[in-house]
Design a protein around this ligand. Structure first.
Ligand SMILES: [Zn+2]
Length: 163
């Protein structure tokens, strides 16, 4: 498989929501809770299991940094500091366990194609989408909840500078 870049939300965003308890650039109140189900932290891309610690729910523009037209939606992060997922770390192992939808976009937020991954085998779907030269990046979502999880880029064609 070609080399990919896994892009979690920026650390500055996670830190800002933790310290202000408001959604960065929106100002909507963020919500801190214990959580009764497992949810992926969009910063470390690990699961926040119930009883493991608090999580913060806040509004985030899933196209932040790559497109001018925003599309805000709810996401979780660990309430406590956590390390940002390494961009060269490949598909996050803890997130293979639940169904994900990979949406392929061309710059300009033009939707091109999508693939559903139900068995944790992301690589063939990523390979198939990136075989289409029109597609610049992939937005990964929870297929069941619809929420944005992370972005995938070709390592050779980064969308923005690392943050
Ligand atoms: Zn985390």
């Amino acid at each position: 498989m070609q080399s990919i870049r896994v892009v979690a939300i920026p650390t500055e965003i996670a830190d800002a929501v933790r310290s202000t308890m408001q959604a960065p650039s929106y100002g909507f109140p963020a919500h801190k809770e214990a959580g009764e189900d497992a949810a992926p932290c969009r910063h470390c891309l690990r699961l926040i299991e119930p009883g493991q610690g608090a999580r913060i729910l806040f509004t985030y523009d899933r196209f932040r940094g790559v497109e001018s037209l925003p599309q805000p939606g709810p996401i979780y992060v660990h309430a406590e500091k956590c390390p940002r997922y390494a961009e060269d770390g490949g598909i996050p192992g803890e997130l293979r366990g639940s169904p994900r939808t990979l949406e392929g976009y061309a710059r300009g937020r033009r939707f091109v194609a999508q693939e559903y991954v139900a068995d944790g085998e992301f690589e063939p779907a990523v390979e198939k989408l990136f075989a289409n030269a029109e597609i610049d990046y992939l937005q990964v979502h929870s297929t069941t909840a619809g929420c944005f999880t992370f972005r995938i880029e070709r390592a050779a064609r980064p969308m923005e500078s690392s943050s």
